[in-house]
Design a protein around this ligand. Structure first.
Ligand code: VGL
Ligand code: ZN
Length: 194
């Protein structure tokens, strides 16, 4: 399906940070492969003068989701560390809106809309349709898409610009199925009208 960009569209890049790339503390297999694809989407959005949002997992050093605190993940994306930085090859525009999430010690949050103000920012900018890409398909992308749909945004899922953790094989496919069943529409770069 061909899709053109309109005034009320925005791009949301979820958690494309060093710790989620291969070699990072919580590396997503092939996570680095989506960076050039996301850069192509960024160009299309900035050329169309549309806004780009980038979320980042941004935990305190003793965050409750870390194994040494009894959580289920290795320490990752600690605020102010290199692991929390956006991937070096990611060409974020100068006026990108950065959304930090899960910044409190005692709360985890997978959705970029959870206690971040993103919902309000999108509404303020009269965004109606959000194009979503990033990491990880089966965690923060899934949770963010659920949140966006629940908040009545249209969601375009950029299926060539997401990668999953797949702790259990098939998790990413399951997540994609759920997002599409809930109303997200899938899209690839070739299907976006240039
Ligand atoms: C994420 C696991 C833990 C994600 C964040 O961004 O998908 N996954 N924290
Ligand atoms: Zn996290």
């Amino acid at each position: 399906m061909k899709i053109s960009l309109y005034d009320n569209d925005a791009l949301l890049i979820v958690d494309v940070q060093n710790d989620f790339l291969p070699g990072g503390n919580l590396g997503v297999p092939e996570g680095d492969q989506i960076v050039p694809v996301i850069n192509s989407y960024i160009s299309l959005f900035t050329n169309a003068k549309l806004h780009v949002f980038a979320s980042r997992d941004y935990h305190p050093a003793d965050h409750c989701s870390f194994a040494e605190q009894g959580g289920s993940w290795p320490s990752h994306c600690v605020a102010g560390t290199r692991g929390a930085d956006f991937a070096a090859g990611l060409n974020l525009p100068e006026d990108v809106s950065i959304i930090s999430k899960a910044t409190e010690q005692d709360r985890d949050a997978y959705s970029a809309l959870e206690a971040t103000g993103l919902n309000n920012e999108l509404k303020q900018q009269q965004v109606k349709r959000v194009f979503v890409c990033g990491l990880a398909t089966d965690y923060c992308v899934l949770a963010s898409v659920r949140g966006l749909l629940q908040a009545d945004f249209e969601v375009i899922l950029l299926v060539d610009a997401i990668k999953g953790v797949n702790l259990t094989p098939g998790d990413s496919d399951k997540a994609i199925k759920e997002m599409l069943a809930k109303g997200a529409v899938k899209l690839t770069l070739e299907e976006l009208e240039k």
